[in-house]
Design a protein around this ligand. Structure first.
Ligand SMILES: [Zn+2]
Length: 329
């Protein structure tokens, strides 16, 4: 079994207009894939860097250019995403375990796969190496940057960051410093990263101009979902948490039946929020997916409520004890 470390760079939309005209969510269009293959003995066996020509966000965002050093010329000579995905699959081989630093890459990879309608069943659930790093260095479980973690573990590679292959090499160097077998054994399966399942898109809109995420969540504009055929305001139970930035629901039109709906909150560069709302056909697969997410979200809410109650009880108990003690004194 090989270990494969993956990293990606992506281009951002240049204007909101090019986001609004897309058929489905695309928070970033992948323009570079870097990957490192590590053998069982922990040695690097092979590396891969693929430049990709963007087809949706075609103008290279100046911030992305500055950060990554990727030029418009690199991209003009790049592969089309489906060809790059094909090459990556071939390069990965049959049996491998996937590692990535952070959450974002896998989410963006899923969107790129979806917009090109590519099969990604070959991509296994992926370990977020950040969690293994946190567990093994006793760090707080949060999103440490790659450069910070490399510094902590005393890794100095003489290569610039924010190139997909270089970042994959940094991540691979971190992996080599960890007890990866133990990290995998102790890893919470709920924290494995998977690409969003694909469903058939029926309608997609972008709503923008929310000052905060809370405002976006509460917005009537976001919560009023018209049927894409007749415009009737559809009824639904609620939105349930899929992950940190996504919520799912199952709205229904009295005439045209169920739809599967996903909303995604995105923070813009100016700090405001936009919401992507996508309606999908509610086939069996989508309904099953929705039910699973809803039940998991409800169970998590119950658990959180129960522990809040327990915490409140403890604090009341402590206060009583204190009062008692002070009276006795
Ligand atoms: Zn309808």
């Amino acid at each position: 079994m090989k270990y494969i470390v993956l990293d990606m760079e992506w281009n951002q939309a240049h204007s909101s207009r090019c986001v609004d005209s897309l058929p489905m969510p695309l928070s970033g269009e992948i323009i570079q894939i870097g990957a490192v293959k590590i053998g069982e003995d922990g040695a690097v066996e092979d590396t891969l860097r693929l430049n990709i020509k963007p087809c949706y966000y075609t103008k290279l965002h100046s911030g992305v250019r500055k950060l990554t050093g990727i030029t418009a010329e690199d991209l003009a000579n790049g592969l089309l995403f489906p060809d790059a995905a094909h090459d990556l699959k071939k390069w990965c081989g049959e049996e491998f375990t996937l590692f990535i630093w952070g959450f974002d890459d896998i989410a963006v990879l899923g969107e790129n796969m979806a917009i090109w309608n590519l099969d990604f069943s070959w991509i296994p659930p992926c370990y977020n190496l950040q969690f293994i790093y946190c567990a093994q260095t006793g760090s707080e479980k949060r999103q440490w940057t790659l450069t910070y973690a490399a510094e902590v573990l005393g890794i100095t590679l003489d290569i610039p960051a924010h190139d997909a292959l270089n970042d994959a090499l940094y991540t691979a160097a971190l992996l080599q410093k960890m007890d990866i077998k133990r990290g995998m054994a102790e890893y919470d399966p709920a924290d494995l990263l998977t690409l969003d399942e694909q469903f058939k898109v029926v309608d997609h809109i972008v709503l923008s101009g929310f000052a905060t995420k809370q405002e976006a969540q509460a917005s009537r504009k976001v919560r009023t979902i018209p049927c894409p055929i007749c415009g009737e305001r559809m009824k639904y139970d609620g939105f349930y948490r899929q992950n940190k930035s996504k919520r799912v629901s199952l709205p229904a039109c009295s005439l045209h039946g169920d739809y599967f709906c996903r909303i995604q909150f995105l923070k813009c560069e100016n700090g405001s929020y936009r919401v992507l709302r996508t309606l999908y056909e509610a086939d069996e697969k989508a309904k099953k997916y929705y039910t699973e997410k809803r039940d998991a979200a409800l169970a998590a809410e119950e658990k959180a409520k129960a522990s809040a109650k327990a915490a409140a009880r403890t604090s009341v108990h402590r206060r009583h004890k204190k009062v008692k003690e002070s009276k006795q004194a």
